[in-house]
Design a protein around this ligand. Structure first.
Ligand code: UDP
Ligand code: MG
Length: 140
C-alpha cells in the first residue's frame, strides 16, 4: 500500500474536554505520523466552506455552528494507507455504530459532536490539506 497523507480535525467537543492528546495517541498507535499540526478557531464562514459538500443537508447549519463554537486541532497524518486507516481509527460517524476502541466509540457525544474528522478519499485529502496548510508546513 502507498504512503498517503490525510487531513484530520480534532473537533470542538474534544478540544473542549481536553482530549487532544488521547486522540492523537490513537492515531500514532495505529502507525500514523503527525506531519503538520495547528490549533485554530474557525469562523462560521471558514467552517461552511470546509463542509460545502454538505450544504444541502438538514444538519449543515448546526454542523457549521458547532465547528466554529470552540477551537479545533487540524493535522496532516502520514502513513501506509493513511486515508482509510484514519477513518478506521475514528470509527463510524454515529458513535452508536462505531466499533469498540475507536475514537468515536470512546469519546464522541453524538452523531454531530463526534470528536474527529478525517478525509474520505484521495481527492478530499488533497483539497482539505491545501485548505489548512501550505506545502512548507508539511514536515515528514
Ligand atoms: N453529521 C451530523 N448528522 C448527520 C450526519 C453528519 O451532524 O446525520 C455531522 C457529523 O459531525 C459528521 C459531519 O457532519 O462527522 C460530516 O458528515 P459525514 O457524513 O461526512 O461524516 P464523516 O465523514 O465525518 O464520518
Ligand atoms: Mg465526511
Amino acid at each position: 500500500m502507498a504512503i498517503e497523507r490525510t487531513l484530520s480535525i480534532i473537533k470542538p467537543d474534544a478540544t473542549k474536554r481536553n482530549l487532544t492528546g488521547k486522540i492523537v495517541a490513537k492515531f500514532e498507535d495505529a502507525g500514523l505520523r503527525v506531519v503538520a499540526s495547528k490549533r485554530i478557531h474557525l469562523t462560521a464562514a471558514q467552517a461552511g466552506e470546509f463542509y460545502a459538500e454538505h450544504q444541502a443537508r438538514g444538519f449543515y447549519g448546526e454542523l457549521v455552528a458547532y465547528m466554529a463554537s470552540e477551537p479545533v486541532v487540524v493535522q496532516v497524518l502520514e502513513g501506509e494507507g493513511a486515508i482509510a486507516k484514519n477513518r478506521e481509527v475514528m470509527g463510524a460517524t454515529d458513535p452508536a455504530e462505531a466499533a469498540p476502541g475507536t475514537i468515536r466509540k470512546e469519546f464522541a457525544l453524538s452523531k454531530g459532536e463526534n470528536s474527529a474528522h478525517g478525509s474520505d478519499s484521495e481527492a478530499a485529502a488533497a483539497r482539505e490539506i491545501a485548505f489548512f496548510f501550505s506545502g512548507l508546513e508539511l514536515v515528514g
